[in-house]
Design a protein around this ligand. Structure first.
Ligand code: IMP
Ligand code: MG
Length: 179
């Protein structure tokens, strides 16, 4: 099978660019329907979600804003168990309809720690739009309103997701090849 090397590991095809696009199209249609007239504020979580956020946002046809924050909890292919806010929120979310854009929910720790911080600022509503979810890896419960794909607990790269900083530019999703 065709494999792609990222640093020192081999990855194999998992979800094609067309499959990703189709799921994002569906998600955008639901959001356009559910948030019509609500002027939602999207908050994309850097770095991993920048590709997903850009592709989704282009398909949003209602009035909407987007801003970015940077959270990190990963080192290599394992969650570090610590969530760091590297770039904070610069937008007032009080009384806003907020939709968080996240590339992947793994243990759920990042959202479990971050969502209560946002709730303090009393948004009108707060929901999650997530491209990928690994239910088997869940440690902290997270309620996802819009989901692209449920995937097995295997490390993936591409479409914005990285392995030690590399692989984000791969236009499709690849998964770690078992040795
Ligand atoms: P959580 O806090 O454990 O849910 O992890 C969420 C974050 O870990 C995501 O925003 C990703 O940046 C990163 N992450 C989790 N799984 C993967 C993966 O398979 N590949 C690349 N990054 C991942
Ligand atoms: Mg991320």
């Amino acid at each position: 099978m065709h494999t792609t090397r990222v640093i020192d590991k081999e990855f194999e095809p998992y979800l094609t660019a067309a499959e990703l696009d189709q799921a994002i199209e569906k998600m955008a249609a639901s959001i356009n329907h559910d948030y019509a007239g609500k002027k939602p504020l999207f908050i994309a979580i850097l770095n991993g979600s920048f590709v997903f956020a850009a592709d989704l946002f282009k398909k949003i046809s209602i009035d909407a804003e987007i801003c970015f924050i940077k959270l990190a909890s990963y080192k290599g292919t394992k969650s570090s168990g610590q969530v760091i806010t590297a770039i904070g929120l610069d937008t007032d979310i009080h009384n806003r309809h907020v939709i968080i854009l996240e590339d992947i929910i793994d243990t759920g720790r990042t959202m479990h720690e971050f969502l209560p911080q946002l709730m303090h600022q009393q948004p009108a509503s707060l929901e999650l739009a997530v491209l990928l979810h690994k239910p088997e890896a869940a440690v902290f419960p997270v309620r996802i309103k819009y989901l692209g794909f449920s995937i097995p607990d295997k490390f993936v790269v591409g479409y914005g997701l990285d392995y030690n900083g590399y692989g984000r530019n791969i236009p499709e999703l690849l998964r770690l090849r078992e040795a």
